[in-house]
Design a protein around this ligand. Structure first.
Ligand SMILES: [Zn+2]
Ligand SMILES: [Zn+2]
Length: 323
């Protein structure tokens, strides 16, 4: 009998491959980053293992907490470690055995750069490289969570950060004839609508404090939304159809000149995540595996020796029925 295997590779989505190839051709300087993203998108398409790891939302979480906040994510540890190791081998200077794959995955899901930097120091890796790699490693899990938890999202979400994973949006999309403003998360791909005139980062609503920068010529569909109160910025994009979750980070890369323009004018992206998730990742043990055998041996050897009292129940009545 053939058992379903979560690790069987499926043919890649041709559209994704075409777009990655086009972006790679036009941005040769980003080849290393694109290599990581391409691997993460491929792993994401291969999603059975990640779909199985989608957790149940914590019932006691605060009202403004994203659905992944305080969740316990139980994962196929062997497959997850092997995935992170595969990604680590794409950075030539890294020894994958010196990085704890599950710890990196958990820190990246929680957007905990302090923990990622500690892992980088322990593994002798450049911290910024490991931060980027960690986010790519978490992408398949976070995208599976966005798919699996879509029905658990609150009907309305007024925060600037992602209702699933707590990240700040990568882009504000204006879609359809009404040009409805929808924020998009680059990690899990979730989109959520918030009012037009409101800063994503500090909730500023004063019209005089909000504005936008537009490219001098050409591109009419792009702008940069800026806030004079917190000096934050987010890129805006007018489009007929919302970007697919996998296309958001590719779009982000191809619009880097807009980021440069915003930074040159003194605007920035907050260094901290919108919401610290405090989620945990634990291993799913192999049912009936060696650890279970070990536990049984441990339990048996720690039992006190049988006494005459607890042996009584085991005695067979003598033949003839007399006690
Ligand atoms: Zn998200
Ligand atoms: Zn602001």
């Amino acid at each position: 009998m053939l058992w379903p295997n979560a690790r069987i590779r499926h043919p890649r989505n041709v559209e994704i491959q075409k777009q990655v190839a086009a972006v790679r051709r036009d941005n040769p300087e980003s080849a290393a980053w694109l290599g990581l993203l391409d691997a993460a998108l491929g792993e994401s398409e291969n999603g059975a293992m990640w779909d199985a790891a989608v957790p149940t939302p914590a019932s006691e979480r605060p009202i403004k907490a994203p659905v992944l906040s305080q969740t316990e994510i139980t994962i196929d540890a062997r497959a997850a470690r092997s995935w992170v190791r595969r990604l680590l081998t794409l950075i030539p200077t890294v020894n994958p055995r010196r990085i704890d794959g599950l710890a990196l995955l958990e820190a990246a899901v929680c957007h905990d750069d302090v923990r990622i930097d500690a892992l980088a120091a322990a593994g002798g890796v450049e911290p910024h490289a490991l931060r980027v790699l960690g986010q790519m490693a978490a992408l398949p899990l976070l995208q599976a969570c966005a798919r699996g938890l879509a029905s658990a999202l609150p009907a309305t979400w007024w925060e600037g950060y992602c209702p699933v994973c707590g990240a700040w949006p990568v882009v504000a999309e204006y879609t359809g004839l009404e040009r409805k403003r929808q924020l998009r998360c680059g990690r899990c791909g979730t989109g959520w609508a918030i009012p037009l005139l409101r800063c994503v980062f500090c909730d500023e609503t004063d019209h005089d404090k909000l504005g936008y920068l537009t490219p001098e010529a050409g591109e009419q569909t792009r702008k940069i939304e800026v806030c004079h109160s917190c000096k934050g910025y987010v890129k805006g994009f007018t489009t007929v159809r919302a970007l697919a979750p996998w296309a958001i980070l590719l779009d982000d890369l191809t619009t880097v000149p807009l980021d440069v323009a915003a930074l040159e004018r003194g605007y920035h992206r907050p260094p901290r995540p919108g919401y610290a998730l405090e989620a945990s990742i634990t291993e799913r043990g192999p049912v009936g595996g060696w650890w279970r055998l070990w536990r049984m041996v441990e339990v048996v050897t720690k039992q006190p020796p049988p006494t005459s009292t607890n042996l009584q129940n085991l005695r067979q009545p003598p033949p003839g029925g007399a006690a």
